[in-house]
Design a binder for this molecule. Structure first.
Ligand code: SF4
Length: 465
């Protein structure tokens, strides 16, 4: 069984339309590199080659799945790509995306980021009326709904389908005629559009645009469908005026620091989270260190606000594969050491503030503090750049169930004792909102207010993790 010491994102999506025939797969491959942090279990690309869709998917990182030979065979002027971490459906090659199908209207490929909370009910309904599912993903449900006999043009079919979905979905779809992007009415997961020469690009995060040289145009709005074809961009809304609920954890942890969401660069927001944390939980200390890489920006902000020098206390090994299964506590401890190595010369004899973006079960934090103290740190003060994580996520982030989230069942004092810290401070809800600038967020993992009701079945799945 996997461990849940770090939260993980469900997926990243990418799409390109209207480029040179040799280029669509290569551009998409670069896009997937930029989005790799959102999912490392599988990767896939589907291209449109002269009106015929074909693709390649496989288990592993984008750089492992696509050899130069495979990319050479993926010629096309438009493409979609996907990197996956499984939160619903098991981790196997069959569940890799994009999913490509042929049906009554022709060919269709789809890539999905997010979790549908009514997927089980929809699947039961579809199976009862004859649908045969090929995968165990919630994403396949969307394909089956799109393939239902339904009058009207394809735009109407997409609208009708998306209106039936509940939960989080940022989608890219490819047909022989068009590249399509869509975002759920709450806008849980990000999705943006950019211009690339005479063509267009869609991506989960704007950092992918920088890599491929595309120019950001705007975000796909919550509830919006964007159809890109030879006529340009056509956009309409399948649902409007729902309360927006962007996942605030995109700012805190998931999105790359160089990505922009709602006009704000994640690095800048994280620095502000760190500054606010220093205001709320000041401490006498000699150095501020981060849990790299995700804690770097907040640690910098904490240092700037507090005047305590920022130092590198840990060096991260970037080459540890995600397939490193660690079923026992000993192996998990070893994994922590393999990933992060403490610098004794930096921390020896020092009062250390360590900045992180979450404490999930507490075991990883404990291991880090043990390492710091073994290396000679005099005191270790833990500061977390968000409030305590008390609830699971049903919208595409792999938090464990309540009983395994340390903050759901223990007081701050108990957590301090468990992780062997000298003090612990979490950022307040108000402080987090101030730094993230706004109020239209999903914050359910902190406050338990779920913006979209979820099926009991989904909750049961989460509890069984
Ligand atoms: Fe994001 Fe937490 Fe909401 Fe999940 S529950 S979408 S992780 S804010």
């Amino acid at each position: 069984m996997e461990n849940y010491n770090r939260p993980r994102e469900a997926c990243g999506v990418f799409g390109v339309y209207g480029v040179n025939e040799e280029q669509a797969a290569i551009i998409t491959h670069f896009g997937l590199f930029a989005l790799q942090h959102r999912g490392q279990e599988s990767a896939g690309i589907v291209v449109n080659s002269n009106g015929r869709l074909h693709g390649h998917t496989g288990m592993g990182l984008a750089g492992e799945v696509f050899t130069p030979k495979i990319l050479k065979n993926l010629k096309g002027t438009s493409a979609i790509g996907h990197v996956r971490y499984s939160t619903t459906g098991s981790s196997n090659a069959k569940n890799a995306q994009p999913i490509l199908v042929s049906y009554a209207r022709g060919q269709l490929a789809i890539g999905h980021n997010g979790n549908l909370v009514n997927a089980r009910a929809l699947r039961e309904e579809l199976e009862a009326s004859g649908s045969i599912f090929q995968t165990t993903t919630d994403s396949e449900t969307i394909i089956h709904l799109l393939a239902r006999p339904c009058y009207g043009n394809f735009s109407d079919v997409i609208s009708k389908t998306l209106r039936r979905l509940r939960g989080a979905f940022s989608l890219t779809m490819l047909t022989p005629e068009a590249l399509i992007g869509a975002r759920d009415p709450q806008g849980f997961r990000p999705l943006s559009i950019a211009k690339l020469g005479d063509g267009y690009v869609l991506a989960s995060e704007t950092c992918a645009f920088d890599l491929v040289g595309a120019e950001f145009i705007r975000e796909v709005e919550p509830g919006e469908i964007v159809i890109i074809n030879e006529k340009g961009i056509n956009s309409y809304f399948f649902r409007k005026n729902r309360k927006k609920a962007l996942c605030i954890f995109e700012y805190i942890y998931f999105s790359r620091p160089d990505s922009k969401i709602d006009g704000k660069t994640c690095h800048v927001v994280r620095c502000d989270l760190g500054r606010q944390l220093a205001v709320e939980h000041p401490v006498e200390a000699d150095i501020v260190i981060s849990v790299p890489d995700s804690g770097n920006s907040a640690a910098l902000g904490f240092s700037q606000q507090s005047g305590i020098p920022f130092e590198f206390g840990f060096i991260r090994n970037h080459y540890v594969g995600r397939t490193f299964i660690s079923p026992t506590q000993d192996e998990r401890d070893m994994k922590v050491k393999v990933k992060l190595n403490v610098l004794p010369d930096v921390v020896r004899g020092k009062r250390v503030v360590i900045i992180d973006d979450s404490i999930i079960r507490g075991t990883t934090t404990l291991s880090r503090i043990v390492e710091l103290k073994k290396a000679g740190a005099k005191e270790v003060h833990v500061r977390i750049s968000c409030p305590p994580t008390k609830n699971p996520c049903f919208y595409g982030v792999d938090f464990p169930s309540h009983d395994r989230l340390i903050a759901a069942n223990h007081s701050i004092e108990e957590i301090v004792k468990f992780i062997n810290a000298d003090s612990l401070g979490y950022l307040s809800m108000e402080g987090m909102l101030k730094a993230c600038g706004g109020k239209n967020f999903c914050m359910a993992c902190y406050d338990g207010n779920y913006p979209v009701p979820f099926e009991e079945a989904v909750e049961k799945d989460a509890l069984e993790k």
